[in-house]
Design a protein around this ligand. Structure first.
Ligand code: HEC
Ligand code: HEC
Length: 165
C-alpha cells in the first residue's frame, strides 16, 4: 500500500470510530469565538471593570412599598439602608423600626414601618403552630431575604410574572 492510501485508510477508520461512538464529525469541527462563550458581549479573556450601580437614597418614611414579586415573596426594601448596616448581634436598626406587633391586622398607614409579620415570630421547625413572644433568630439577618434594588439593568430579559396561568 502507498503512504497516501494508508493515511486515507486511517482517516476512514477514525471517522467510522467517531460515528460508532456517536460523535458527529461536523460537530467536532465546530469552533466558538471567545465572545460567544458567556453572557458578556466581550471576549471571555477580557477583564472589564464592572459598572457602578446605585441604590436609592430615599429615607424610610419617604419611600413607597414595592409590589410583591409573587405570593409570599419577601417584600423588597424600598428605602435607603446604608446607615443601618451591618446588622450585628448588638445592633439591628431594622427590628427597632419594624417590630410593631400592635399594628398586626390594622390598616396600613403611610410612612409607618410595615410590622414584622407573625411568621417571623414562629419557629417553623419546632413549634410551627405557635406564634412566639420574640423574633425567631433565623429571621434576625433581614437582608438575607429582604433586599433593596439598584439601577442595574438585567443582563437577560426576565419574563417571570409570578402569576399562575
Ligand atoms: C427609621 C425606621 C426604619 C428603619 C431603621 C428601617 N425601616 Fe424598613 N421601612 C420603614 C418604613 C416607614 C417603611 C414603609 C415605607 C416608607 O414609608 O418609606 C419601611 C418599609 C420596609 C419594607 C417594605 C415592606 C412592605 O410592606 O413592602 C421592608 C422590606 C423593609 N422596610 C425592610 C427593612 C430592613 C431590612 C431594614 C434594616 C436594614 C429596615 N427596613 C430599616 C422604616 C424603617
Ligand atoms: C429567611 C428569610 C427572611 C428573613 C431572614 C426575614 N424575612 Fe421578612 N419576610 C420573609 C418572607 C418570605 C415574607 C413574606 C411572607 C410572610 O409574610 O411571612 C416576609 C415578610 C416581611 C414583611 C412584610 C409583612 C407584611 O405584612 O406585609 C416585613 C415588614 C418583614 N418581612 C420584615 C423583616 C425584618 C425587619 C427582618 C429582620 C429582622 C426580616 N423580615 C427577616 C422572609 C424573611
Amino acid at each position: 500500500m502507498r503512504k497516501d492510501n494508508i493515511l486515507t485508510a486511517i482517516k476512514r477508520l477514525v471517522l467510522f470510530g467517531m460515528l460508532v461512538a456517536g460523535i458527529n464529525p461536523s460537530f467536532a469541527a465546530q469552533t466558538f469565538q471567545s465572545n460567544e462563550m458567556g453572557l458578556s458581549k466581550e471576549s471571555v479573556f477580557n477583564i472589564p471593570t464592572p459598572p457602578v450601580y446605585h441604590y436609592g437614597n430615599t429615607p424610610p418614611g419617604a419611600s413607597k412599598v414595592m409590589p410583591r414579586a409573587y405570593l409570599n415573596a419577601p417584600p423588597q426594601v424600598p428605602h435607603d439602608i446604608s446607615s443601618f448596616l451591618p446588622i450585628t448581634t448588638l445592633s439591628n436598626a431594622c427590628v427597632a423600626c419594624h417590630s410593631q406587633r400592635e399594628l398586626w391586622g390594622k390598616k396600613r398607614e403611610p410612612a409607618t414601618p410595615t410590622p414584622i409579620p407573625p411568621s417571623h415570630y414562629t419557629d417553623l421547625r419546632k413549634t410551627p403552630a405557635k406564634v412566639g413572644d420574640s423574633l425567631v433568630n433565623a429571621r434576625f439577618n433581614c437582608n438575607q431575604c429582604h433586599v433593596p434594588q439598584t439601577n442595574a439593568r438585567p443582563l437577560v430579559e426576565n419574563t417571570f410574572s409570578g402569576k399562575r396561568k
